[in-house]
Design a protein around this ligand. Structure first.
Ligand SMILES: NC(=O)C1=CN([C@@H]2O[C@H](COP(=O)(O)OP(=O)(O)OC[C@H]3O[C@@H](n4cnc5c(N)ncnc54)[C@H](OP(=O)(O)O)[C@@H]3O)[C@@H](O)[C@H]2O)[C@@H](O)CC1
Ligand SMILES: Nc1ncnc2c1ncn2[C@@H]1O[C@H](COP(=O)(O)OP(=O)(O)O)[C@@H](O)[C@H]1O
Ligand SMILES: [Mg+2]
Length: 274
């Protein structure tokens, strides 16, 4: 297993070409946030916007529209119960993030099933939070796409069937192969299992152990995969940047808030572009 260093940042974060426009930097569609977990999709969306994705659209419960627009006028919003809008917007995205705050009700399941029925093999689909729990509980058939799963250890236990104490590299890799795609197994030392190798993230701090931290990572992976060509490197760079920014802030802070990491992203990415 290879340990990630800040080299992954300069390998991934490109100096923006002069001749470019918002379309050059990708379209991200974020799906989640029910009437209880609006904050989760808000943080995921903000993370994608601040990562530099060119166009961001959030499909969520309509009760989240006002708070989302108040924080982020840059993002577009639509109602995730509107089937036609959901399919249109998912179809036109480069990257789809599904799950932050989606919940596990029958409505959540129906939204997730529509996303799975709509994505195509050329798209990257990040499956996080409630979406992982739903796939596990309902034994959903996974779509053909570039899949990126972002479970914490309990979500991985649900999805893989491997108990937390038994989550060895060999066991995790076996299930990753069955699922296809990439698994970002989050913990105090996140491991990333990809089709071309496994990576250990030693950056990060217990100051990050607060709700919304994973929702933020899912949005960052969305923003990075939408605009950077090498999809594996984009995932690795997002994981590393999320922790490295937290490490910087934790030098003087007892706790690091997800939104503080988000707001550092434009400065941090500027410092590591190549
Ligand atoms: N502001 C918002 O809107 C927020 C909305 N959110 C949304 O809520 C939804 C549910 O997601 P969830 O992660 O909160 O719940 P769930 O999947 O039941 O997992 C928790 C269980 O797993 C266990 N556990 C074991 N190891 C673990 C580990 N390494 N990391 C974490 N947990 C670990 C843990 O053990 P315990 O804490 O009891 O020791 C507990 O039993 C999801 O859609 C998410 O996006 C949240 O992001 C919060 C902010
Ligand atoms: N002690 C810790 N050290 C380093 N990183 C941590 C620690 N605790 C949590 N994290 C990070 O915070 C994030 C938590 O993700 P998750 O549990 O999905 O949060 P949420 O669903 O509340 O947004 C992961 O990226 C994880 O690696
Ligand atoms: Mg989570």
């Amino acid at each position: 297993m290879e340990t990630l260093t800040n080299e992954i940042l300069s390998q991934t974060i490109r100096i923006r070409p002069e001749e470019s426009h918002k379309g050059t930097y990708g379209r991200v569609c974020l799906v989640g946030g029910n009437d209880h977990f609006g904050g989760a999709i808000l943080m995921a969306t903000e993370a994608s916007v601040y990562s530099g994705a060119g166009l961001n659209t959030t499909l969520t419960d309509s009760s989240n529209f006002v708070s989302l627009h108040a924080r982020m006028p840059e993002a577009m919003v639509a109602d995730f119960t509107n089937h036609a809008e959901l399919t249109d917007l998912v179809s036109s995205a480069n990257t789809v993030v599904v799950g932050p705050g989606l919940g596990t009700t029958s409505q959540s399941l129906s939204v997730l099933q529509t996303v799975f029925d709509t994505v195509t093999p050329t798209q990257t689909l990040i499956i996080d939070g409630s979406a992982i729990t739903l796939v596990s509980e309902k034994s959903l058939k996974l779509p053909q796409a570039n899949l990126v799963f972002t479970p914490h250890q309990m979500e991985w236990q649900r999805l893989s069937g491997i108990k937390i104490a038994d989550q060895t590299d060999a066991a995790n890799e076996t299930v990753r192969q069955q699922l296809g795609g990439t698994v970002v197994l989050k913990s105090h030392q996140t491991k990333i299992y990809t089709p071309t190798g496994s990576y250990l993230n030693t950056a990060g701090t217990p100051a990050q152990a607060t709700g919304g931290m994973g929702d933020t990572l899912a949005g960052m992976i969305g923003g990075f995969t939408a605009q950077f060509e090498n999809q594996t490197n984009a995932v690795l760079a997002a994981v590393y940047a999320h922790s490295a920014i937290a490490d910087e802030l934790a030098k003087t802070q007892y706790v690091v808030l997800p939104t503080q990491i988000i707001h550092e992203l434009p400065r941090f990415m500027h410092d590591h572009q190549h």
